[in-house]
Design a protein around this ligand. Structure first.
Ligand SMILES: NC(=O)c1ccc[n+]([C@@H]2O[C@H](COP(=O)([O-])OP(=O)(O)OC[C@H]3O[C@@H](n4cnc5c(N)ncnc54)[C@H](OP(=O)(O)O)[C@@H]3O)[C@@H](O)[C@H]2O)c1
Length: 326
């Protein structure tokens, strides 16, 4: 396994992080027993970084992870998220102090731990004062229930705002940012990535294989018919445009020439960026882990990187929540 340092913290994390969204109850996800095997195999391979969220399968992902890591907690870096709708009632979403306290308690219980390594805002909440969010997270860090503060899918100005407010008010600084970023979605190159590099914030992309689009199993002009395509509502809307298939064609050509799988080249492209701390990979088969580990050692030539990148056409952003004022 290869490891990198989490921003400016000197905490070492594996460059492959295990994505927890695949562990759960929706048709495309992996049930409990196989999930546990995947988690155990990941740990055996030296993966010490696991990402999840309170909302994944209504807490089931956190529960599965909590049960699987018993006895290994101190060796692991566990990241979870808060903010999206979970449960019922008028206060079942957002980042108010009231909600952060109750959601953190729930995540700690489900994960069977007394601290979260990286607690992430699962999008911006336009209705909660950012100072309230920051001061609550700071309380969590000071009372020992959270180690580091992170966020996912924000606009660059929001990352900068969190950082500056923390500095001016003596609060906990954002240490970690997780963007949607892969060969077929690179809008973060002009949003979160530059600001994080400037501020020394760790960058850990999610959906590195574009939810499986970059695996090679989807073909132009063929009706996609996988379980994930049919039952993951975010998948069809995120990819499958003609321009995405142009990127996929380039990826398949480079993979063919190198005698590798498209998924491995797509991961190797991310690993070739030195500013990427780790990639959060979704694993639904044990072999996916072996492919990913091999990808760590793939060297891409400059012309191959150019081939992989040149088909991309900037387009509308997906990920960050749009402001109600926009
Ligand atoms: N912060 C956020 O808002 C956010 C959003 C989404 C995801 N995430 C995080 O990122 C993690 C990964 O996200 P993701 O599952 O959307 O994306 P992904 O890692 O891009 O895609 C995973 C899918 O790719 C396919 N795959 C993986 N390895 C493969 C291999 N070696 N060969 C062929 N196919 C392979 C599998 O598809 P099949 O199962 O169809 O075979 C798998 O389900 C999640 O678990 C979660 O932790 C965070």
């Amino acid at each position: 396994m290869q490891y990198s340092i989490l921003g400016k913290t000197n905490v070492k994390v594996s460059r492959i992080a295990l994505g927890g969204m695949s562990f759960g109850t929706e048709p495309w996800m992996v049930p409990r027993e196989l999930s546990q095997k995947i988690i155990r195999k990941a740990m055996d391979l030296g993966i010490n970084f696991i990402d999840t969220a309170d909302v994944y399968s209504d807490g089931e992902s956190e529960r599965i992870i909590g049960e699987s890591i018993s006895g290994y907690r101190e060796e692991l870096v566990i990241a979870t998220k808060v903010g999206l709708e979970f449960g019922t009632g008028i206060n079942s979403a957002g980042l108010s102090r009231k909600r952060l306290y109750s959601q953190l308690r729930g995540s700690l219980e489900r994960l069977k731990t007394n601290y979260i390594d990286i607690y992430q805002l699962h999008r911006w909440d336009y209705n909660t004062d950012a100072l309230e969010v920051l001061s609550t997270i700071t309380d969590f860090v000071r009372n020992g229930s959270v180690r580091y503060f992170g966020a996912t899918s924000l606009y660059s100005f929001q990352i900068q705002k969190l950082y500056d407010l923390a500095i001016y008010n003596g609060l906990e600084r954002i240490t970690y940012y997780s963007p949607r970023y892969n060969l077929a979605y690179r809008e973060e190159e002009r949003e979160g990535i530059p600001v994080c590099r400037e501020l020394g914030i760790a960058i850990a992309p999610y959906s590195p294989l574009a939810r499986g689009f970059l695996s090679g199993k989807y073909k132009r002009n063929e009706r996609p018919d996988t379980v994930r395509y049919r039952t993951d509502k975010y998948f069809p809307q995120g990819y499958f445009r003609a321009e995405d298939f142009d990127v996929l064609d380039a990826l398949e050509n480079v993979a063919r020439e190198k005698g590798l799988k498209p998924s491995q080249v797509a991961l190797a492209w991310l690993f070739s960026k030195p500013w990427i701390t780790a990639v959060l990979l979704g694993v639904t088969k044990l072999e996916h882990l072996d492919d990913a580990v091999e990808a760590l050692d793939i060297k891409l030539e400059k012309y191959e990187v150019e081939t992989l990148e040149k088909q991309y056409k900037p387009h509308e952003q997906h990920g960050p929540t749009k402001s109600p004022l926009a």
